[in-house]
Design a protein around this ligand. Sequence first.
Ligand code: ZN
Length: 115
Amino acid sequence: MIPCQQHHPPDAARTAAPSSPPPADKPWQQRSRHQPRGRLARRDVAFKAEHLRLEPNCRGCGRPAEQVDHILPLAKGGAMFDHANAQSLCGPCHNVKTRSENAARNRSRSRRSGG
Ligand SMILES: [Zn+2]
């Protein structure tokens, strides 16, 4: 006869701190890899605020800009804190650019199958 030890888990399972964040191992919950953290994030905020002062209007439509976009994406080696690589965009124009970038990526990744 084998003693059933599995019905008595060790105390470690109960002493886990309730305030610890849940594991983020789900890809759809992860944040963008290109978002800087810590000190870089603060510099990023300052840089964008400065760029919006230099270039307050959206390059796409001329309305007041809300966001600073990297012309050459960081993922492709673009400079993060270079005003020459930054452009001011309003929300809608930024969405359009992001969507077109994603579409281009999907197009280049998907294989042609038949006609
Ligand atoms: Zn715009």
